[in-house]
Design a protein around this ligand. Structure first.
Ligand SMILES: [Mn+2]
Length: 424
């Protein structure tokens, strides 16, 4: 059997709106808005350059069920380029782009493009030059809330070539990830595939090396500064030799990279030295990320007592980040100082400055001082509860409870921001 390679990507989240970043510089916001689409173009280029036999897309092609025309046009263009070159594209939908809840602007796709249906597992054969390279099995999500273990429906057929399962799912109840199509490694092994092309978890992971190989490629483009979204994002090139998976290579395709870096500042005597030290420390990082924008959060460790006291003064950390942003102004590719966190011993000053938590805190402070606005927010939020829409009546709330609700809401929001929330 001929040797070949194929490409496995997932979680494209095309045209992610990056709503948390409206307060960045306009050129940074513009770069973010284009990043997911450019990463898709880069994926198409990669498949063409490597002369891949086929491309697998394991769900969450779009960021929201309504998809958006810009994302669909760009996706269609990429699929057409691949199919014109004889590279088949096989896709399933996931919880972010479920088929029944979605809208498709496209009525006909190029020959060579497959979206697996939602009703059951079905299979497609990939042939080249009359040779059967692979059989790909897949099933799409009909609805976002897909709690059924879809992996149980996969069974290897008897034909030759590689057998590949394509699915958006949560293996092993990975904590911090919405539990859609939950399944175990044992469930995946039982299907007797050679390779499982998974999607959903945004962090690249080789769940199992061989027999079968089980891979999450991670998302194509990072979407936030949360831990699972940081670092290099891209797709996995899978090499097949002698009918077996022989190599896995993660290729970075992201256009903007979210990075959190720890910088030792124990040698910095004062804020003047600190600012210069931070500006220098980022140069190496910019070289590392290469030709892509850099969304940077820095954690400062080892600050001496007097430097820590300076940083703890009102607005000082905020002004420091403004100054660093000014220094970075006009750099190509861009560098955006997204946050600064100070872990300072011995007095443990813990300062976090960033746009997400910063705007949340601003909102909270303004609401706490304004009982009428708090009341309006609480009643508007209650109206949005699904139970209310179904006609369930709630007891009247005591306005004195509003502040408690507000504080609880703030805690939940901060928790979601630090954990990444239900974003996969
Ligand atoms: Mn996703």
């Amino acid at each position: 059997m001929s040797d070949f390679c194929y490409i496995h990507a997932a979680d494209l989240h095309l045209d992610t709106p990056f709503e948390g970043f409206k307060k960045t510089a306009p050129e940074v916001h513009a770069a973010l808005l284009d990043a997911s689409l450019q990463a898709w173009d880069a994926l198409v280029d990669l498949a063409l350059e490597r002369d891949a036999a086929f491309l697998l897309l394991a769900g969450d092609l779009y960021d929201g069920a309504q998809r958006g025309l810009r994302a669909q046009l760009r996706f269609h263009r990429g699929v057409s380029r691949l199919c014109d070159a004889g590279i088949q594209v096989l896709a399933v939908h996931g919880n972010h782009d479920p088929v029944d809840e979605g809208w498709s602007a496209v009525r006909s796709w190029p020959e060579g493009f497959t979206v697996f249906p939602t009703s059951q597992v079905s299979s497609v054969v990939v042939e080249k030059g009359g040779e059967r390279l692979a059989t790909v099995y897949g099933q799409s999500y009909a609805q976002r809330e897909t709690k059924e273990n879809l992996a149980l429906g996969f069974r290897r057929g008897g034909e030759g070539g590689l057998h590949i399962g394509l699915l958006h799912c949560n293996v092993g109840g990975a904590p911090g990830h919405a539990n859609y199509s939950p399944c175990s490694v044992a469930d995946l092994c039982a299907a007797d595939m050679d390779y499982w092309a998974l999607g959903h978890v945004h962090r690249h992971a080789i769940v199992r090396d061989a027999d079968p190989t089980i891979v999450y490629p991670g998302n194509l483009q990072g979407r936030s500064p949360q831990p699972g979204e940081r670092g290099a994002k891209g797709a996995v090139v899978v090499d097949v030799r002698g009918g077996r998976v022989s190599g896995l290579t993660h290729v970075a395709l992201d256009r903007v990279r979210f990075v959190e870096e720890t910088v030792d500042v124990s040698a910095c005597e004062d804020l003047i030295a600190l600012e210069a030290h931070l500006a220098n420390a980022t140069e190496a990082l910019r070289r590392q990320v290469g030709e892509r924008g850099l969304m940077l959060r820095v954690r400062l460790t080892g600050a001496g007592e007097s430097l820590a006291a300076d940083l703890a003064r009102k607005d000082v950390a905020l002004e420091l980040i403004d100054s660093l942003r000014e220094r970075a102004f006009g750099m190509t590719p861009f560098l955006w100082w997204d946050g600064l966190k100070v872990d300072a011993a011995p007095r443990h000053v813990d300062t976090v400055i960033d746009d997400f938590t910063g705007s949340l805190e601003q909102l909270f402070t303004s609401l706490v001082e304004d009982t009428a606005a708090t009341e309006a927010l609480v009643s508007a939020s209650l109206e949005k509860l699904p139970q209310r829409k179904q006609g369930v009546e709630f007891p009247t709330l005591d306005p004195a409870d509003n502040e408690t609700l507000l504080r609880a809401g703030r805690e939940v929001a901060l928790e979601l921001l630090s954990s990444g929330g239900d974003a996969e």
